[in-house]
Design a protein around this ligand. Structure first.
Ligand code: PGA
Length: 273
């Protein structure tokens, strides 16, 4: 019986209890972040392939999410309607509407048919100077619109090398998590910045340490912290997904480059099936 097994991190997800009570173990989430990639025709054909693969797979052991560029949200959401594939935004403004040229609100993302929105991705933090306080307001906006927020945190290489990773993550979590978070409306994604798009990934030991720390830190900040999904991101691909998804407290992945083609993304989904 599962409870009597000696647990170790290479154990398949199916029987891994992650050190939590079985009832608290959430459905994993495999999320693709397409960033600024994809024109309509190719994107629609990729989403079609994913929908077909999910339909053929039958009952899924994980939730699947694709976050396309904002201009494709409505078409993608309508293509994925009633399928196992969820659609999400990559960012939103904190206000509901107003004079913010070029921005889109969480309500607009919800109106497109999407159900999730990423906030605080390191590329937003770096390229657009987004602070924890801004990320917190955006996460609140995502909840206001009835969407699920994926709040991203992660250290840069200098912080990793100077041994300050856990402190950096604590600070980002305290500053970025708004009130009103629960395990249903919030997902946390840990993405070491130096691992994003570089082909480098954290070791399973490092991921285990950071995810255990995040699990501890969100207690008291997120209602149902034990059941809140914690994703790992940063050069996740088919060849490393099994190992990363088997790490304690890892409840899925946020995938960039390897989510752009269904044949690269599906093996990552399969690491949970
Ligand atoms: P990557 O991107 O998988 O290409 O490293 C991950 C992300 O930025 O979410």
């Amino acid at each position: 019986m599962a409870y009597e097994l000696k647990l170790h991190d290479n154990m398949p997800l199916k029987i891994k209890l992650r050190g939590r009570k079985m009832t608290n173990t959430p459905t994993p989430l495999i999320a693709g972040n397409w960033k600024m990639n994809g024109l309509a025709a190719d994107s629609l054909s990729t989403i079609g392939e994913l929908i077909d693969k999910a339909a053929k797979a039958g009952s899924m052991r994980c939730d699947i999410l694709i976050c396309p560029p904002a201009v494709l949200l409505r078409d993608m959401a309508s293509a994925a309607n009633s399928s196992a594939v969820n659609i999400g935004g990559q960012d939103c403004h904190m206000n509901e509407k107003g004079a913010h040229t070029g921005d889109i609100s969480a309500e607009m993302i919800a109106d497109s048919g999407a159900t999730y929105c990423i906030v605080g991705h390191s590329e937003r933090r770096t390229d657009h100077g987004e602070t924890d306080a801004v990320v917190q307001q955006k996460a609140s906006a995502v909840h206001r619109a009835g969407l699920i927020a994926i709040i991203c945190v992660g250290e840069i290489l200098e912080e990793r090398e100077s041994g300050t990773t856990l402190g950096v993550i604590s600070k980002q979590l305290s500053g970025s998590i708004p009130s009103g978070c629960n395990s249903e409306n919030t997902v946390i994604a840990y993405e070491p910045v130096w691992a994003i798009g570089t082909g480098k990934t954290s070791t399973a030991d490092d991921v285990r340490q950071v995810h255990a720390h995040i699990r501890q830190e969100i207690s008291g900040k997120i209602d149902g912290s034990d059941a809140t999904r914690l994703l790992y991101g940063g050069s996740v691909k088919g060849s490393n997904a099994d190992e990363l998804m088997a790490v304690a407290n890892v409840d899925g992945a946020l995938v960039g480059g390897a989510s752009l083609k269904s044949e690269d993304f599906w093996p990552i989904v399969n690491s949970c099936i």
